[in-house]
Design a protein around this ligand. Sequence first.
Ligand code: HOZ
Length: 428
Amino acid sequence: MTTSEQLFEQAKQVIPGGVNSPVRAFRAVGGTPLFIKSAKGPYIYDEDGKQYIELINSWGPMILGHAFEPVEEAVREAIQHSFSFGAPTRKEVEMAELIIDMVPSVEKVRMVNSGTEATMAAIRVARGFTGRDKIIKFEGCYHGHGDSFLIAAGSGAVTMGTPDSPGVTKATALDTLTAPYNNLQAVEMLIDNNANQIAAIILEPVVGNMGCVLPEPGFLEGIRTLCDQHGIILIFDEVMTGFRLAKGGAQERYGVTPDLTTMGKIIGGGMPVGAYGGRADIMNIVSPAGPVYQAGTLSGNPIAMSAGLAMLRHLNEHPEVYTRLDGIGGRLADGFRAGLVKAGLNYTINQIGSMFTLFMTDRSVSNFVDAKSCDLPLFGRYFHAMLKRGVYLAPSQFESLFVSVALTDDLIEQVIQANEESLMEACQ
Ligand code: HOZ
């Protein structure tokens, strides 16, 4: 028995399913999750001392590689001054100013502790601002585990076969309308059938939670126009794409400006941080400036702010990181495509910058139905073949991979080689 297997047995006695976030349990791919002991740069190490090349990077935050020195130093400095005050700090102001500088659509911003908190609050603010109740989300998009979003949800929810979670009240579910991603007509119909009732449209401008799915040309622009025409708040959930696809996120890359943006992952440099922000007239209704209540003892926590600031400052001051990330993503995608050709498979790879997914389907994947056409048992075999070759992928077909800048040219070649061999092995 490996140490991970032992720990998993122990964990199952005391933690539901043995994990603190469902998709980590490896249910979608079979086998035992690796229990991780440490990580540095492009590598992660399990409790049995095995080394893996990282292609998840904590589901996004570790864009500069693990234990990036400036972030580590910032945390070391900060812990000397105590861990939490529950009172305003200089760093929160610096953080807000930096976010506003990097993401121009954000005029005011509120810090929270996770992406889930950010999306829950953003929806409340949109409802408070418009005086309307309903929201539109897209099938397969995942916005954390707030009640309003667990309808046709992606990520762990679809991986576990529960995209509509029990425990969400009928009333909440009725206020969440869903449309297929990349389908403007469906959105128009929902708006027409619910005239003056839609508070917000929320979407991942590039989806990471049904695997990586890109917006088709005109889709984001079309949603923006519909929101303008109907007085609907447009929320971009940039928890995955923010500070990753560009320093200003997907909105910078695609040139489409939302009213509100939700952020997480990279913004905390690996610490639990989320944020929501946007137009000042909307954000000014957040308590205590306005009546929409939202609060948090640990919000703007000084250690988390220090880590996040060090991470964002580095990204802001080193735009070449994004050129390098685009290069790495492009090389991996090309190499994986070549591997597919060698294996005689006509499967789909979606990639933008440092996000990508190999979908085990010969359909092009532009929405949830396409993503669900994948051969999931084949993905499971492929996942384990990659793991055996020392490459750590997301343990589900319905997740994007996240590349870090720590991946060297040699490691990229190693991963491409592992992909080729793993595809062959999985297909046997
Ligand atoms: N929902 C996260 C990815 N989309 C998974 C987070 C985790 O398990 O750590």
